[in-house]
Each structure stands twice: as C-alpha cells, then as structure tokens.
Design a protein around this ligand. Structure first.
Ligand code: PLP
Length: 476
C-alpha cells in the first residue's frame, strides 16, 4: 500500500523507518525481491485477522480498503482456511486443461446455477488481468467461429483500468501504467469514449437522462466512425474503480449501451474484477443498471477469492458458448494454473460465507450508512470535491477549489499525503490514480470488508477525517 512516492511525503525519519517496516528487519540491499519501487522496501505485513493487518513493527492497521478491494470477508476466516487445507489434502494440483475437479465444478455451480442473466460457463484463472485477457480472446474467437473475422477492434472508455497484462492494459486508459509500453506492447486497435464521470462530464443544467443519452450517442458515433461491423466488443467497468474512483453510470446508460451492442452485434464485456462479488450491494454490479442489461462476458477477480487465493474468472453468456459450439468447440486459450483446485476451494468457501451470512445484503445496508457518514463528515470539507460510489465501494475526489473543481498540482501528491496520514493513524486506504498519474483530481478509495463491525466502520470514518484534517492543515 505504501509506495516510494508515499514515503517521500513529509514523514519524519523515524516514522519513515516504521512505515517502511525497516526497524532492523529488512533493508533494501538485503532484499532480492523486485519490489515495484527500487529505492525503498514496502512495509512488511506479518499477520492479518478480521478487519486488521499487522506489520513487523507491531503496528496494527484497520484495513479500510481490503488491500485493493479484495479481502471482502476479512482476513483469517477459519472456514476458508479449513476448506483450503482439506482441498490440499485431497488434490492440490492437477492439470485442468486435461482434467477437471469436483471443487472447480462446485464453484462454477455456486456462481452460475440457474444461468443467471444467461451466463452459463465460468473459465477460472488466477487474476483479474488474466480474466480480462481471457475475455478478449474469447470474444475475438467467438467472431472467428461464427464467420465474422473482420471484427478486430475494441472500444473502451477513458479512466478505465482493466489490468496490467498486455491485452488488459491495451483496453485500459491508465496514463502512467501505459506510458512506457505505448507503441511497443499495447494493442492499437482500441479506441476510447468518455467515462461515466458526472462530476466532470455532466453539463450545467443537463439532466441525468440527457447526460446518459449523450454518452450513449457518443458511443454510437464511435462505433459508426470505426465501422460497427469491425468491432469485437465494448469493454466497461459497471462502477469504475482504480483509475476512476468509484464512478457510477447515469440512469439508463447501460440499457442504451446494451441496445447499441445488440443493434450492431457487438459483444458487451463488463469488468467486475473490482466492483463485483457483492461489493456494490448486489452480487453482480450490473444488476443495478435496470431491466434488460446483461453482459456477454463478465470478468471477476479480487473478491472472488477474497484474498485467500489468487483467483479470477470469465463468465460467458450461453450465446458465446453456442457460437464456439457452432465452430471448433474448443477455446484456444489455457493456463497451467487455470481452475486451480486450491484456489477454487478458497473461492467456494468465500462464496458460501457470503451467502450464509447475508453479506451482500449487509453491503447494501451498511453502504447506505457509510454514504451518509462520509457525506456528513469529510464531505463537508473544503478540499473534497466529490464523493461517489455504491454499496461498500466509495471514492473521494479532492480538488483545491470546490467551485471551479481545479485539481491540486501533481507535485503536491495530495492522494499520497492522505494515504500516508491515514497510515500514521493506523488506517489503510487505497490511493486511486491522481493528478500525479496524469488525471485531473486526486482520489482515494474506501472498500472495507463486508463483515466489518459497526465499531470498525465508525473508526474508519473517524480516522479518515483525522487524516484529512492533518493534510488540510499541511496544505493551507
Ligand atoms: N479489472 C479491474 C476493474 C481492476 O480494478 C483490476 C485491478 O485493479 C484488474 C482488472 C486487474 O486485476 P489484477 O490486478 O488481479 O490482475
């Protein structure tokens, strides 16, 4: 969570040592791990339980963002640990290109029993990025199989993040993560339309419906300009996460998108790696987008394994499966660790806890409390431009002028200052892409465990406000 940029932000040398977890435990020269930063070692986590993570220094931190919106049922859940152990004692690995396992079948059944929204098959992988690459390949192969090989283009959105593998990065628009690889590794058959970013995109006096219609119109024009018969898929996060800071779509947007995709025979790929698995208050985030909305392919990750195992998935609509069946009946894609038995056991146990404890409903209910608490406290502060999100997935955008929405200069690194101050107060929050990454406006993301206690939620809001106060004082 703490990058080198963060430790460069006004932290005293002794605190810097503690934050970095050095304190005689690890130093840069002694580590052979290639950390993202080559100039500092991130803090060392030694244990994690419930809503807390403990560092080598003894510092215990409230996990206000479940890592990167991952540990949805908290850490150290004994039922998940038991399920993993049991699976390990039965089959820890088998080559799942050639074989299947009862646990992979059970996980797919748990998620897809009754073919919700026409989704009928799950392809399990080990990360959100792999899920996105798999979805892109499945989409392209679908058209090859049904005799439309001229479809070679993809349309994505600004402020999108779909992962760091080459395919997933190609449909992302994270400026700093793409920069070194442009013209070398990322695909150039991708074009972009506006994000559903009401705070900066909705015009003065424009209604939600008008804004929605304008965005759909823009997508239509994009399809027209590249030739709709050349487009494989439109890719979107129902609630935009890492790069966008929890932006939701205006009413009717996804219904309009679905209609356009149907009109031109373009596939709709919804990326729910971050916003799915119940995080927004429904199991699938798109379920709140109105009747008739469904994806042809849907990606999952993060919360699927809840952090107990690296897990991702593509869920495929029966239409896509039928397409492949009408051709080669073989998905030309595989990974050594696809549908890994232990990963599937962890994910299955997480899904069972979610269902048994009614945690998706709690996410919706507690989310309403959380929204109100954020708006009533930090939402009133002078550098808070916008609070947005759904369920237990909230982004707070900071600006230096609320009236003009003028962002802070990148050199100020507002986001990192706040993350740093929160960490000092034993709270972990997620640093969204900010002005330092080439985007207007800094933001942080809050994504606590669905089963955090009421007291822990109160603490989160209090510590966040205290951290903000410290940054405001420093900036003034
Ligand atoms: N898609 C979305 C929406 C994400 O937020 C992320 C990661 O943040 C990914 C895909 C990539 O997932 P992973 O980091 O597991 O590869």
């Amino acid at each position: 969570m703490v990058s080198d940029t963060q430790t460069q932000t006004g932290t005293s040398p002794s605190e810097k040592k503690e934050i970095n977890g050095t304190n005689g435990q690890l130093d840069l020269e002694a580590s052979h791990v290639l950390h993202n930063s080559l100039i500092s070692i991130p803090p060392t986590v030694v244990s994690a339980e419930g809503s807390y993570v403990t560092f080598g220094t003894g510092r215990r931190v409230l996990d206000g963002c479940t890592g990167a919106a991952v540990a949805i049922i908290g850490h150290g859940n004994p039922e998940v640990l038991a399920a993993v152990q049991e699976q390990m004692s039965k089959v820890s690995y088998t080559h799942t290109v050639a074989f299947t396992t009862p646990v992979a079948e059970a996980l797919a059944n748990e998620i897809l029993q009754g073919n919700p929204h026409g989704l009928s098959r799950a392809f399990f992988v080990s990360s959100g990025s792999e899920a996105m690459d798999s979805a892109l390949k499945l989409a392209r192969q679908y058209y090859v199989e049904i005799g439309q090989p001229q479809r070679t283009r993809l349309v994505s959105r600004q402020r999108a993040y779909h992962g760091n593998t080459v395919g997933a990065l190609s449909v992302s628009s994270h400026v700093s993560r793409r920069a070194p690889f442009l013209d070398a590794l990322v695909l150039n058959n991708v074009s972009y339309v506006s994000a559903t970013y009401a705070y900066r995109g909705q015009l003065e006096g424009e209604s939600e419906e008008e804004y929605s219609a304008r965005l759909v119109q823009e997508l239509d024009e994009q399809f027209q300009s590249v030739g709709p018969e050349t487009v494989i898929a439109f890719v979107a996060e129902p609630v935009g996460g890492a790069t966008a800071g929890c932006i939701t779509a205006p009413k009717g947007y996804y219904q309009g998108v679905r209609r356009l995709c149907d009109r031109y025979g373009i596939l709709l790929i919804l990326d729910e790696v971050m916003c799915g698995s119940g995080r927004t208050g429904t199991y699938f985030a798109f379920e709140q987008e109105g009747p008739g909305v469904y994806p042809d392919l849907l990606t999952m990750g993060k919360g699927l394994g809840g952090g107990y195992a690296p897990m991702g998935a593509v869920l495929a609509h029966e239409k896509v499966i039928r397409g492949l069946q009408s051709g080669s009946s073989y998905f030309v894609h595989s990974h050594t660790y696809q549908a890994h038995a232990v990963g599937c056991a962890a994910a299955l146990a997480v899904q069972k806890v979610l269902r048994r404890d009614g945690l998706v409903a709690r996410c919706a209910a507690k989310g309403r409390w959380f929204e109100a608490a954020l708006n009533a406290t930090i939402g009133q502060r002078k550098y808070v431009g916008n609070i947005r999100g759904r369920g237990l997935f909230w982004g707070i955008e900071f600006v230096q002028n609320r009236a003009t929405k003028e962002p802070f200069p990148p050199a100020l690194r507002f986001t990192w200052k706040l993350v740093d101050e929160a960490f000092r107060r034993h709270l972990s929050i997620y640093p969204g892409a900010g002005t330092a990454d080439g985007f207007k406006g800094d933001h942080v993301i809050l994504a606590p465990p669905y089963n955090a206690s009421d007291d822990e939620f109160e603490d989160l809001v209090r510590l966040l406000n205290e951290a903000y106060d410290a940054v405001e004082t420093e900036v003034d």
